[in-house]
Design a protein around this ligand. Structure first.
Ligand code: PMP
Length: 460
């Protein structure tokens, strides 16, 4: 008798530990097995079609069946499937990609460094910032400032910068000196009656007070997502970044823009930094860099960062950092083709236009009893769910309402993501008007079904 599990779902349960999944619940619930993709849609192994309203993990900008990326990968695989970039070695695709990225940067950048995931790129940024401080003879300048609800990844250093409880609980992270500021979410964090402008001013003051209390000479850098993604799609007040930037400049603190989600069109311009007038010293990119067809990430740095690093590596003998797959030629070739597609098809312009349509449609839902706040910029948005609109609270267990709505949406054929009680929308940049309308109508169906399923009296 063969007692091995048979169905694909049973085999997943038997052998696979999933990231970001309740490992025990998975034994019962099993996986949703996705089999193929087409444009903004994916299909499960029973042939059911879903709108992928999160573009996978905020990442598949060009949609799920872009032939040109397949061809770019195939051609590069045939020519040179792998080579490294250590010890002065290089190859065509990585050189072209570095040149392309530096050329695209919204502010003057000097060099690109390649990594394979957002977390690796963030770790690299942190290490290079510390290396630079030592190079400058400022070994005490090591503290990093982040904001609550930031997401910068999950490797040990990146997880320390990430400021969401699930990424810290039970992991015994060796937390370096990280200072956490208030999340710039006006709806949640503002004082009663405080305008967006006053809220931004208060947060800039909080930043300055913290810097002064810690000693400006001990602070190395401020890391921030232009729009916080996994923390709930937090769109900051219009003047927030200007005010924050002024404080950082005053105390000579480096600014790292984590563009892992915002980069390459998501906010309706090429970079989140462009949308908010951010002038970073380091930019971290991944996800839509290759539309996630292959793992790829990068960071770019300006001369202020590169200069001391160059001198230090010469003094010590080498820059002792890099990954086997840093600048992998196949990933680089795919990224280059992906960026060409984004430019040729003006997917950034499409994201801006479709984002407006998405936003208008979501705004039209603000009278729904379960909708507390609609927020977004470009083609990234979230709807904060509530059961008590006045108190701005959801069901008793945080995240329960979000999970319920998400389950109804999935049943209706819409894959989104619940971040506590906010439902995020971040569809592929190629989405059309008709598809936005379909997404919106499935969302309304999911909301109505949830409302109908909630016990009487639980919604005010
Ligand atoms: N930074 C941001 C802003 C992200 O959204 C993510 C991933 N969601 C990361 C870093 C980490 O990327 P990865 O999962 O590729 O390590």
């Amino acid at each position: 008798m063969n007692d091995k599990p048979n169905s694909i779902e049973a085999r997943d349960i038997a052998y696979h530990l999933h990231p970001y999944t309740n490992a025990k619940k998975h034994l019962e619930a099993g996986p949703l097995v996705i089999d193929r993709g087409e444009g903004i849609y994916v299909f499960d192994n029973n042939g059911k079609r879903y709108i992928e309203a999160m573009a996978g993990l905020w990442s598949v900008g060009v949609g799920f069946n872009e032939e040109r990326l397949v061809n770019a990968a195939t051609e590069q695989m045939k020519r040179l499937p792998y080579y490294h970039t250590f010890t002065h070695k290089s190859h065509g695709p990585v050189i072209e990609l570095a040149e392309k990225l530096v050329g695209m940067a919204p502010v003057p950048m000097s060099k690109a460094f390649f990594t394979n995931s957002g977390s690796e790129a963030i770790d690299t940024a942190l290490k290079l910032i510390w290396y630079r401080a030592n190079a400058l003879g400022q070994p005490e300048r090591k503290k990093i400032i982040v904001r609550n609800r930031a997401y910068h990844g999950v490797t040990i250093a990146a997880a320390c910068l990430t400021s969401l409880p699930a990424n810290h609980r039970s992991f015994d992270l060796i937390v370096p000196d990280v200072l956490r500021m208030t999340c710039p979410h006006h709806w949640r964090e503002a004082l009663p009656g405080e305008s967006e402008e006053d809220f931004a001013t208060r947060l800039a003051k909080e930043l300055e007070d913290t810097i002064l209390a810690e000693g400006p000479e001990t602070i190395a850098a401020f890391f921030g997502e232009p729009v916080q993604g996994a923390g709930g799609v937090v769109v900051p007040p219009a003047t927030y970044w200007q005010k924050v930037q002024a404080v950082l400049r005053k105390y000579d603190i480096l600014l790292v823009a984590d563009e892992v989600i915002c980069g390459f069109g998501r906010t309706g311009t090429m970079f989140g930094s462009t949308t908010y007038g951010i002038e970073p010293d380091i930019m971290v990119m991944s996800k839509q860099l290759s539309s996630s067809y292959l793992p790829a990430s990068a960071l770019m740095m300006n001369d202020r960062v590169f200069g001391p690093i160059m001198e230090e590596s010469d003094r010590i003998g080498t820059l002792g950092h890099g990954y086997t797959a840093s600048g992998h030629p196949v990933a680089a070739a795919v990224a280059l083709e992906n960026l060409k597609i984004i430019e040729e098809r003006d997917l950034v312009g499409n994201a801006a236009a479709m984002g407006r349509r998405l936003r208008d449609g979501l705004d039209a839902l603000t009278d729904h009893p379960l909708v507390g706040e609609v927020r977004g910029v470009g083609l990234i948005a979230a709807v904060e769910l509530v059961t008590d609109r006045e108190a701005r609270t959801a069901l008793e267990t945080p995240g329960a309402l979000g999970a319920l709505v998400n389950a109804h949406l999935q049943e209706a054929g819409l894959i989104s993501r619940a971040m506590t009680d906010a439902i995020a929308f971040c569809p592929p940049l190629i989405i059309t008007e008709g598809e936005i309308d379909e997404l919106l109508s499935l969302f309304r169906i999911g909301l109505d079904k949830t409302l109908a399923a909630l016990p009487k009296g639980s919604v005010r």
